[in-house]
Design a protein around this ligand. Sequence first.
Ligand code: CA
Length: 143
Amino acid sequence: MKAKILLVEDNPEWRQIFGRYLRNRGYELNEAKTGQKAVEQAKTARPDLIILDLGLPDMSGLELLAMLKQDSTTGAIPVVVQTAWAMDNIKTRALQAGAAAFLVKPTAPVVLNDTIKMILTTTLATSHAELPARQQITQLASP
Ligand code: CA
């Protein structure tokens, strides 16, 4: 079964680059350009994983992350945060809000893919949204 990924990204170039890359890796992909659309898609498409850009036109990605985590229908979906804002406090806030991993743009597609694979493998192996490999992943993802 193909893993389903929701790519939340307002920048068309990034959407194209990551979208194409992930489709080529065999993932089923949904895309959202705004926070509002992301919430809708997360509830209806029920993705296995969400890739979330923090700078969205209608809301902050951190706000959106908190919304997703607080909603019982979307709370267990692992979220990989991707942002060009490499500040430590942003990373800390994202991880505290429940992000499974934090990647700094420009993200090498192979790093994104490895992170996704690791999270999906861990998620399938455990029934908890809290991932034991989380620390490892974020360290791996650090610039
Ligand atoms: Ca953005």
